[in-house]
Write a protein that binds this ligand. Structure first.
Ligand SMILES: *Cc1c(COP(=O)(O)O)cnc(C)c1O
Length: 379
């Protein structure tokens, strides 16, 4: 891939504003290049204000945040952790880091996220086998809020703490409340392809001050209170640098704009791809939910069109337009071949029929037209 292929339409490239450079500049000028510093504090404050969370710890990645989050919830060797199958592998990898086992659960059709009925079935079956699930990961895929009311009620009923993976869902809302404020611990990602980016980065948020203190301690090599370097536990080097947090501060100023634009892009596709036989866009939100529409996704119905998602992808590629299949369900990954799975047909079907379209917030109307024209050429 050429780095300056201006003609290519990417799926979700970084989109910088005007102020990131100022925060970076100030950090360099003041010699705040070493880890921690004013940008880090400011970035964490921005995230707390935006989500309403009591505490935020900015970290090197969303994956690191999930890893720490699972440790905070007490996950260790031999435990089982409930997790949707339909997600990016980074949701589940940290379960394995800890020597625990993922137990995968299918999606439901309204939001494509964790299915409450399957979840209950999974918990009941694990309990019958003598295993009390140690934690539940909830993911809001492509920014779409999961059915939190039902899911949180089940988690509470069985006394399972929830880790909310809101990596794709900064700026989404459920029942008027920002996503990332529903878990005992919630995480965001600021990777280069997400709605906001620090080039690479993540954050852990929680309302529990003990958990927050512990997260800070573990993320900075778990130093005991002593003038020398003393350690009683295994720690990690997971803190975001003050420089990258400067990019994050500039980006956080833009969040509402970026959500607005992603939603306009989804609405554009909806309007301009309407009426094509066999093509259907991702579902509209259930009442009370707002998706940030991180990526606009579509489904093709083999009963109505002979064109497959892969043929569509290759056709878009000939027009220098990047598109991608939906996340391949984790229970179908060689990596997790032996992990338990409850259900599976729904997410496998979505994977077989789906495609993600370019959804970057810097896209112009001409760019969008290029995509919809190319889709219509083949369909
Ligand atoms: C991107 C992503 C992550 C991981 O975030 P990184 O910052 O890339 O480590 C985790 N979960 C989901 C659902 C993601 O999309």
């Amino acid at each position: 891939m050429r780095s300056q292929d201006y003609d290519r339409l990417y799926l979700s490239p970084p989109h910088l504003g005007r102020h990131e450079i100022n925060y970076l500049h100030k950090a360099l000028e003041d010699n705040w290049v070493a880890p921690t510093g004013p940008n880090l504090d400011g970035f964490e404050r921005d995230i707390c204000e935006f989500t309403g969370a009591g505490h935020c710890i900015a970290l090197t990645s969303g994956t690191a945040a999930i890893h720490l989050g699972l440790i905070l919830l007490g996950v260790g060797p031999g435990d089982v952790v409930l997790c949707p199958s339909f997600t990016f592998v980074a949701t589940a990898n940290p379960i394995t880091y800890l020597g625990a086992t993922p137990v995968f659960v299918d999606s439901e059709a309204d939001t494509w996220n964790l299915c409450p009925e399957r979840l209950r079935e999974a918990i009941e079956d694990q309990l019958r086998q003598g295993r009390q699930p140690k934690a539940l990961l909830v993911v809001h895929l492509y920014g779409m809020p999961a059915k939190l009311r039902e899911i949180l009620a089940i988690a509470a009923e069985y006394n399972i703490p929830v880790l909310e993976d809101a990596a794709e869902a900064l700026g989404s809302r459920y029942a008027g409340q920002p996503l990332g404020s529903f878990g005992a611990v919630s995480v965001f990602s600021f990777n280069g392809n997400k709605i906001l980016t620090t080039s690479g980065g993540g954050a852990l948020v929680t309302n529990n001050s003990d958990l927050a203190r512990r997260a800070r301690y573990l993320a900075s090599q778990a130093k005991d209170a002593a003038p020398h370097y003393q350690h009683s536990e295994t720690g990690y080097n997971y803190r975001l640098s003050n420089l990258l947090a400067g990019i994050g501060r500039g980006q956080m100023e833009l969040i509402e704009d970026r959500v607005k634009r992603r939603r306009e892009i989804y609405a554009w596709y909806r309007e301009h791809l309407a009426g094509i036989p066999g093509l259907q866009l991702a579902p509209t939100e259930p009442t009370g939910s707002r998706s940030n529409r991180w990526l606009t996704t579509l489904l093709l119905d083999p009963a109505e069109t002979t064109v497959t998602p892969e043929q569509l992808r290759l056709h878009l590629e000939t027009r220098n337009i990047e598109s991608r299949p939906l996340w391949k369900p984790l229970h179908l990954q060689p990596l997790f071949a032996t992990a338990p799975m409850y259900g599976g047909n729904l997410c496998a079907d979505l994977f077989a029929r789906g495609l993600c379209l370019p959804s970057g917030t810097a896209m112009t109307e001409m760019d969008l037209r290029r995509v919809t024209d190319a889709v219509k050429e083949i369909l």
